[in-house]
Design a protein around this ligand. Structure first.
Ligand SMILES: *Cc1c(COP(=O)(O)O)cnc(C)c1O
Length: 320
């Protein structure tokens, strides 16, 4: 990052940002890409590029765009967010998509976009299901956006090429700052005309960065060095889930790099406090805790976490 070649990305002349954008566009088989400060801004710039005021985006009812982005598309774009029921595995079915599309009627917003997500809460949605939902949208002339914050975790779990997953969507937002380990950054990928509009939206949203090559350099490093090691995260998550399961202290599920643990008969505060004393930070959701494995968790750290859970679960156990 310190050695990165930089220029002014607002003028499009930061060579490192340009290289990152070209690299991801090529990996995903699209024309163009634009570097974004955050995944939230990337999704919003994309939705604003696809839809205008009075138009509508269909989006899974538990997806990030629906629940965790401050309704930016509605607040800033006058765009309606129509939640779609998702299956327990995080999918939207083609029927759900078809039934949600509004008729051409003055009473209704105009349905323009389907926003999908993969992975969803760590769950990788298979290509066939992504394609079925996408095809249902395209049959009615909708565009398709994929919130691929954890795109490479999905691709790794599905054992497919990046462009095979990217193919189902017009635009894809990929976070560099999640499992790939960059401090900052996302990239929005798609057709040239949409990406040009998204680049304008990025400026409008205050996300035009100047010498952003220092950040893009981390992104390029990640694409070359950390994508291929995501399998390690998935394997360690699986090992952590197995170890927690063997302790018999509650229910455990795991998907890609995430473990979800619902302790039985347990004082949650005490459990978190004890884990924190061992240096283990666990998602504070209750009753189910989320544990995320990433590139800074090696086998030593994993074993330390397992040992901490053994002690903390004992300490936090409540009489049945
Ligand atoms: C993290 C995340 C985002 C974007 O997050 P930022 O913190 O804004 O970078 C979007 N979608 C999903 C599914 C995410 O996990």
């Amino acid at each position: 990052m310190a050695a990165a070649d930089v220029g002014d990305d607002v003028y499009g002349d930061d060579p490192t940002v340009n290289r990152l954008e070209a690299t991801l566009a090529e990996m995903l088989g699209k024309d163009a890409a634009v570097f974004m400060p955050t995944g939230t801004q990337s999704n919003l710039a994309a939705v604003l590029a696809h839809c205008g005021r009075g138009e509508e985006v269909l989006v899974g009812d538990n997806y990030h765009i629906m629940c965790h982005e401050a309704a930016g598309a509605s607040v800033l774009g006058g765009i309606a967010l129509q939640p779609l029921a998702t299956t327990p595995s995080g999918r939207v079915t083609p029927d759900t998509v078809t039934h949600a599309i509004k008729p051409d009627d003055a009473h209704c917003p105009m349905t323009r976009l389907l926003a999908l997500e993969n992975t969803v809460g760590g769950k990788a949605v298979p290509l066939a299901e992504m394609r079925a939902a996408s095809d249902a949208a395209k049959a009615h002339g909708l565009a398709v956006h994929l919130d691929g914050a954890r795109f490479f975790n999905a691709v790794t779990a599905l054992s497919c090429a990046p462009h095979a997953l990217a193919e189902i969507a017009d635009t894809i937002s990929v976070c560099l700052s999640k499992g790939l380990g960059c401090p900052v950054g996302s990239v929005l990928v798609g057709p040239g005309d949409i990406i040009r509009r998204a680049r304008r939206n990025r400026k409008l949203l205050g996300g035009g960065l100047r010498q952003a090559g220092v950040l893009a350099a981390a992104g390029l490093f990640a694409l070359e060095n950390t994508v291929s090691r995501l399998t390690d995260d998935h394997e360690r998550a699986s090992a952590l889930a197995n170890a927690l399961g063997a302790m018999g202290g509650g229910e455990v599920t795991h998907h890609t790099n995430m473990v979800f643990f619902t302790p039985a008969r347990c004082d949650h505060h005490k459990l978190h406090d004890t884990l924190a004393r061992f240096g283990i930070k666990a998602g504070a959701q209750s009753p189910t805790m989320r544990l995320v494995v990433h590139r800074d968790i090696d086998d030593i750290a994993l074993n330390a976490a397992i040992a901490a859970f053994e002690q903390a679960l004992d300490a936090a156990q409540m009489p049945s």
